[in-house]
Design a binder for this molecule. Structure first.
Ligand code: PEP
Ligand code: MG
Length: 500
């Protein structure tokens, strides 16, 4: 391409006359070309923009040589703008250097967004075409709360965001006073506030915020970060670290939830047209029994070290749950025969994240010790909206009345069946929904450590009666927009500093 004399002259002019660095000149020019491709009507030609990015990447690789840093080996602060980042690439980022990131594809409910939140990295996932607007060196604002990216903001915008960032910092400082206080409503109803983690290192953050335990340990990240399949010892060491660190507090270990956007080096069908409805999660574990048994052995062994629970993800039929429980019993029997210590009464739970599980929950409650509602997937499967697709991201809405009815029914049926019910989807970490969930009868919340103090603040500012009133009114409304704005108005009354 550099043999093209016009392009060459253009680059030389930029470097000589405008004093651009060669890297900046290359990026700027090639992104302009990519933008032209992207604006073409033919999908085929529009997609060729990706080839231009590839040329850019290779040219920059030559120009920067040794100076080119791999994402997982950064040595100075950066903001990352990428077409896509997988959950495992995100997990490998170093929060010490990554100030924030933006991806063009994906959605706010995707695992990439969840991992970023867990690591405390500001991110907008699924911002749409953006790479053609930037070439490096611009000022950029990443507003993860609103899902907004501002390139080259004016002074007023910068000042507004600086002010907002200072306010957020001061709010975080004030919330720290809640660290050692109980998660209890004004009328003295004790709520269990647990943490969601992906890595053993996050336990510390849970402790620092006075977590009652771990409500969701997403174990698939052991796979996503590994080149080879983790052995039983790798599993066991990770679980043992968390269980010991929690010092007798409950640790709910969820079995592998691989597939869909959480891909690993496993034999997967290569022609899955619709992986979200395909071989993922418990289905994948039940098809790969050796892999499943390896993980279950490690979980069962870890149960000797503390207060462990095991939970199966994406259960959609009774048969599936029974099969999973059978494999677990089998593993326990083998370990018992070998004289290995473990908790013989290891509590077994399931996630409710598929409408079929909600509809059949009155049957399921007789076969499990606890239930955990996974709203991230429940929203996706209730509304038929891919949680990782930016083009339908506006339709992915926790406040949709159909979603709320599923949650209401799940809590009611679990409570009636005397089975503890928790909510571990991202919805339970948003203060907007805390009063509603309390009013619907939820008494256990599992949230990323970063959200724990905000949720505790709401819990400590309300009575259950007040929340029942809020829930009743919210359930009578007909659309997500009305419901969300009503809930935010109610939040403003009890904890104005947390209302958006
Ligand atoms: C959920 O679906 O709500 C959930 C907690 O699981 P994950 O986000 O890992 O799919
Ligand atoms: Mg899920």
């Amino acid at each position: 391409m550099l043999r093209d004399t016009r392009l060459r002259a253009e680059l030389e002019e930029m470097i000589r006359e405008r004093h651009y660095s060669p890297e900046y000149a290359v990026s700027r020019t090639l992104r302009r070309y990519a933008k032209v491709f992207q604006s073409l009507d033919s999908t085929f030609l529009a997609e060729r923009a990706v080839d231009i990015y590839d040329i850019e990447k290779r040219l920059l690789g030559h120009l920067l040589g040794q100076r080119r840093e791999a994402l997982d080996q950064l040595t100075s602060p950066v903001v990352i703008l990428a077409h896509n980042l997988t959950p495992s690439e995100t997990a490998a980022l170093d929060p010490k250097f990554v100030r924030g990131f933006v991806t063009e594809v994906g959605g706010p409910g995707s695992h990439t967004a969840i991992v970023a939140a867990g690591m405390g990295i500001p991110a907008v996932v699924g911002a749409g075409n953006l790479l053609t607007e930037v070439s490096g060196g611009e000022t950029i604002i990443i507003d993860g709360d609103q899902g907004l990216v501002v390139v080259q903001p004016d002074e007023e915008t910068v000042a507004r965001y600086r002010h907002e960032a200072e306010e957020n910092l001061s709010l975080a400082k004030r919330l720290e006073s809640l660290r050692d206080l109980a998660s209890e409503t004004i009328d003295k109803v004790r709520i269990e506030l647990l943490g969601n983690i992906e890595f053993p290192t996050e336990v510390d953050a849970c402790h620092q915020r006075g977590s009652d335990g771990i409500g969701l340990y997403r174990t698939e990240f052991l796979y996503l970060n590994a080149e080879t399949e983790p052995t039983e010892e790798v599993h066991f060491n990770a679980y043992a670290e968390v269980v010991k660190a929690m010092q007798g507090k409950p640790v709910c270990i969820r079995t592998l939830d691989l597939g869909a956007d959480k891909m690993a080096h496993l034999p997967m069908p290569d022609d899955e047209k619709n992986p979200v409805l395909g071989l993922r999660s418990i289905r994948l574990s039940l098809r790969n029994l050796e892999l499943f048994r390896t993980q279950l052995r490690a979980i069962v062994r870890a149960s000797a070290l503390g207060n462990v629970r095991v939970m199966f993800p994406l259960i959609s039929t009774l048969l599936e749950l029974r099969q999973a429980k059978m494999v677990l019993s089998d593993v326990m029997e083998d370990l018992a025969e070998s004289g290995v210590e473990f908790d013989r009464k290891l509590p077994v739970g399931m996630m409710v994240e598929v409408p079929s599980a909600v509809l059949m929950l009155d049957r399921f409650v007789h076969e499990v010790n606890f239930i955990s509602i996974g709203t991230n997937d429940l929203i996706q499967y209730t509304l038929a909206v891919d949680r990782g697709n930016k083009d339908v991201a506006s339709l992915y809405n926790a406040a949709d009345p159909a979603v709320l009815r599923q949650i209401e029914s799940s809590i009611l049926v679990s409570n009636q069946g005397g089975v503890p019910v928790n909510c571990c989807g991202q919805m339970s970490s948003s203060p907007t929904f805390t009063m509603l969930l309390l009013g619907l009868g939820l008494r256990q919340f599992s949230v990323p450590p970063g959200a724990m103090l905000e949720v505790r603040k709401v819990i400590r500012s309300v009575t259950i009666d007040q929340c029942r009133g809020v829930a009743q009114r919210a359930m009578s409304l007909e659309n997500a927009r009305e419901i969300k704005s009503f809930l935010n108005e109610e939040l403003k009354k009890v904890a104005p500093e947390l209302a958006p």
